[in-house]
Design a binder for this molecule. Structure first.
Ligand code: S3P
Length: 427
């Protein structure tokens, strides 16, 4: 485990091109792997999670070449996937696990899926239950709720599924299975989750229908190879958006950031708190909106974050909690019980680590309550193997009165391998 000392900074200034979007990078590789022809990806995120996706599909017989942020996937259609002689190791990646399960559910062969300690604790029944209802044979600990999981796919039928959670991973897994199942597959969720799957499947030639929070596909369908340009990840940009707002004497520009409406909860939160944030050069690339974002040191007020907003910023809550420690008044985050089943229980990890730095924060059943502003103190904190906790702590370190020591910063490689280089460039 690696540790890092972060000291208070006097200002953060400059321009950063954040790495490629993690959700879109995973999907580009997977959809390329099941498409017919050569898919080329530029701006791919070479973080550990997306590299796990590449390695799993290579084990399934797909030829994939990767050179930093450029990837070529030589797809041979659904039939191009072959029974792997090795275990498929997803590492720390929930997206790899759940979306790949959706694909494997329709493949007429046996697969074994395993991941790291964190993955072994994350609930998979949310996808394995509906996939079993479609006809896939899936087993594992807790009747198929936890890895290691074994899958024997094939012979699946469509499903009309009412998902109890707003989860793009659940929605995507079922839709992917639906593409190779008989008849109609339809997923309805309580709130709309990120829609990268819908957008990219359409670009790959799939016909799907969207109505309110329901998405439907009819099987069987084939995918046609594409060129994918991956926008910068707003979830990675979020760390520097918060840093720019709370560190004195700062102005930070983040270029080429994906601003898909299902992901921009962080922009709404910053605006609602009163941050000095500007969007420029808006355009659409590959069905996805992008823009350059500029943020400057801001006077902030506490707000309530709840309901349909939650899926639009679920991954940003660790750093939003840091932001809220510097806002005037109370910030209430609720309806966010999904935080408990992320890479760590993020209600516990965020609250416990921020308390060590002197923040006034209390956990609730479905979120947290933060009183601000507080001056953060130094201390020793840990990522607990969770990339976003590690980065949120580093941003807290930029405003703490004394140095902070962060244990387990290697976890940050999952989504932002050059995070500290970018931070240093801004100092
Ligand atoms: C993701 C969806 C979200 C998000 C995760 C990536 C995706 O999870 O937290 O980091 O790529 O589909 P859920 O859909 O399970 O909420």
């Amino acid at each position: 485990m690696t540790k890092k000392v972060v000291e208070r900074v006097q200002g953060l200034n400059g321009t950063i091109k954040v790495p490629g979007d993690k959700s879109i990078s995973h999907r580009a590789v997977m959809f390329g792997a099941i498409a017919n022809g050569k898919t080329t990806i530029e701006g791919f995120l070479p973080g550990d999670d997306c590299l796990s996706t590449i390695s799993c599909f290579q084990k399934l017989g797909v030829h994939i070449e990767q050179n930093e942020d450029e990837v070529t996937v030589y797809g041979n259609g659904w039939e191009g996937l072959k029974e792997a002689s090795e275990i498929l190791d997803v590492g720390n990646s929930g997206t790899t696990t759940r979306l790949m399960l959706g694909i494997l559910a329709t493949r007429p062969f046996h697969s074994v899926v395993i991941g790291d300690e964190s993955i072994a604790k994350r609930p998979m029944a949310r996808v394995t239950d509906p996939l079993k209802q479609m006809g896939a044979k899936i087993d594992g600990r807790g009747e198929g709720n936890f890895t290691p999981l074994s899958v024997r796919g094939g012979g699946t039928n469509g499903i009309l599924y009412n998902s109890p959670v707003a989860s793009a991973q659940v929605k995507s897994a079922i839709l992917l299975a639906g593409l190779q199942s008989n008849g109609l597959t339809s997923v309805t969720e309580p709130y709309k989750s990120r829609d990268h799957t819908e957008r990219m499947l359409t670009a790959f030639g799939v016909e799907l229908e969207e109505k309110n929070t329901t998405v439907s596909v009819r099987g069987p369908q084939m995918l046609k190879a594409q060129h994918v340009t991956v926008p910068g990840d707003i979830s990675s940009a979020a760390f520097f958006l918060v840093a720019g707002a709370i560190v004195e004497n700062s102005t930070i520009t983040l270029t080429n950031v994906g601003i898909n409406d299902t992901r921009t909860g962080i922009i709404d939160v910053l605006n609602n708190m009163g941050a000095r944030l500007q969007l420029k050069n808006e355009k659409v690339v590959n069905e996805e909106k992008i823009a350059d974002l500029t943020i400057s040191t801001s006077k902030l007020s506490g707000i309530e974050i709840s309901g349909e907003m939650i899926p639009r910023l679920i991954d940003e809550i660790p750093v939003i909690a840091v932001l809220a420690t510097q806002a005037n008044g109370t910030t209430i985050i609720k309806d966010a019980e999904e935080l408990k089943v992320k890479e760590t229980n993020r209600i516990d990890t965020v609250v416990n680590q921020l308390k060590k730095l002197g923040a006034n924060v209390e956990a609730t059943e479905d979120g947290m309550i933060i009183q601000g502003p507080t001056k953060l103190t130094g201390g020793e904190v840990a990522s607990f193997g969770d990339h976003r906790i590690g980065m949120a702590m580093a941003i807290a370190g930029c405003i703490a009165n004394e140095e902070i020591v962060i244990h387990g910063v290697d976890a940050i490689d999952v989504s932002y391998p050059n995070f500290f280089e970018h931070l240093n460039e801004l100092i």
